[in-house]
Write a protein that binds this ligand. Structure first.
Ligand code: LLP
Length: 425
């Protein structure tokens, strides 16, 4: 059940009216539901109950400290892609020993930082990265736990910009090179081969490609076992999608169903061929944890009737939510106050000086200047992809808990944006 619903004709987040939130905190503002966040996390945690499994939330989806703190308190680990994200985990009180570090371009400094905090694992993507990590760990007198991100060459059937498991993508070690790469890793003195991982893409509505990727990982684990390389964990990445509400859109597979099928496969394999040996299972979900947890609340500035189109000009823009401009993503928009008459077809656009600055196209809306709108399912890859283009301060962020609203990030002021700049003498 969604935590965003109309109560007496006004859209609420849990027990808080979005009209009241706009009044108190201004717009544009990201509004998140704590209950929705915890329910989404529980869908993973419940399916993992009693098993050796770890949910490493992919914090690139939403890295607000309050969100990280709420998830850390539920026992979550984190999938990070930069030193900056590790510092956020620490600032939020997360446990670095539950952190895995993904990404194709880890710098020496980032490796040092992660090693100094004894993170759970580096998800390594190339042989040069293995060598760099081995050197950095050796110089620190440490051993780095590594997993190889294997590219299973599975078609995730998602938007080309967010499919990552195909041969043509920059990610991972090619499936056919994986054994050799493991052999190379096992010889390096300051590395401990700990796991195997993959991530085939994002916004997958069907779990078949993920289960296919699992088969390929299992195939490799078996081969590694024959050579005496025994892994501690298997990390299947993130990827389960959410519903964005577009007509005709397929429903995403429920997380519990996917995890049930995945564990059944792992159990059958372990019983048959892995001699019942233990292996920890790691997940890296992002969107399915935070996507439907948040909305972007915005105010209509002007209604403009162009020659060919009607425009609803709002105060949020592509700098606040880049997904439509970047991926032509369809995201649902609704008025905060229900039931107005006089709907017209609008393009909902922001104030930025680019034709690509749109949030929604060809939508039936009954709106006038001063009205409030929300963009649904904006909790993932919204605020984390926001920019300061056009010297626009990034939006405020609010977490609603029942009827209580917590401001978890203040709105940026223009002065914040040029604070690090200086004139030449
Ligand atoms: N693990 C790795 C290594 C990843 O690259 C990603 C996402 C995830 C986990 C989390 O995937 P999720 O569960 O959220 O699907 N900005 C795009 C999505 C980019 C996803 C990048 N990688 C969007 O707004 O659709």
């Amino acid at each position: 059940m969604s935590q965003f619903s109309y109560q007496d004709g006004v859209l609420h987040a849990e027990g808080a009216s979005l009209a009241a939130i706009a009044e108190q905190f201004g717009t544009p503002t990201y509004v998140y539901s704590k209950a929705q966040l915890l329910a989404n996390y529980a869908s993973y945690a419940d399916a993992c109950a009693g098993r050796d499994a770890l949910v490493c939330y992919a914090m690139k989806a939403n890295s607000n400290l309050a969100i990280l703190d709420l998830l850390a308190r539920q026992g979550a680990g984190f999938d990070i892609v930069s030193g900056g994200e590790l510092l956020r985990v620490l600032a939020a009180g997360g446990d670095p020993r539950k952190v895995i570090f993904s990404g194709v371009g880890k710098s020496v400094d980032e490796m040092r930082l992660a090693l100094s905090h004894d993170i759970l694992c580096f998800n390594v993507e190339s042989i040069p990265e293995l060598h760099r990590l081995n050197e950095v760990a050796g110089a620190m007198g440490k051993t780095a736990r590594v997993s190889l991100r294997v590219n299973p060459n599975v078609d995730a059937k998602t938007h080309p910009y967010i499919a990552t498991g195909l041969k043509a993508n920059k990610f991972g070690v090619a499936f056919d090179d994986a054994l050799d790469t493991y052999r190379a890793a096992a010889k390096l003195p300051h590395l401990e081969v700990a796991g195997i991982d993959c991530h085939i893409g994002s916004q997958l509505l069907d779990d078949a490609p993920l289960l296919e990727a699992l088969d390929r990982l299992i195939e490799l684990i078996d081969k590694l076992g024959e050579e005496g390389i025994v892994l501690h964990h298997l990390d299947i990445g993130g990827g389960i999608g959410i519903n964005y509400g577009e007509a005709g859109e397929a429903a995403p597979v429920p997380v519990g169903d996917y995890l049930g099928r995945l564990f059944a496969k792992i159990d059958a394999w372990r019983a048959a061929r892995y001699e019942g040996k233990a292996i920890k299972v790691i997940f890296e979900p992002g969107r399915s944890i935070v996507g439907d947890t948040g909305v972007l609340l915005t105010k209509v500035e002007f209604i403009k009737h162009g020659e060919e189109k009607n425009f609803c000009v709002v105060d949020a823009a592509m700098n606040d939510m880049a997904r439509p401009a970047l991926y032509q993503a369809w995201m649902d928009m609704q008025p905060v106050v229900q039931g107005k008459a006089g709907a017209l077809t609008y393009d909902v656009v922001g104030p930025i000086c680019e034709s690509g600055d749109w949030l929604a196209r060809d939508r039936e809306l009954a709106v006038e200047a001063g009205d409030l709108l929300v963009m649904h399912s904006a909790g993932a890859y919204g605020m984390t992809m926001a920019s300061n283009y056009n010297t626009r301060g990034r939006a405020a962020e609010i977490i609603v808990d029942g009827e209580v609203c917590h401001m978890v990030r203040q709105r940026e002021n223009p002065a914040d944006l040029y604070a690090l700049e200086s004139l030449i003498k």
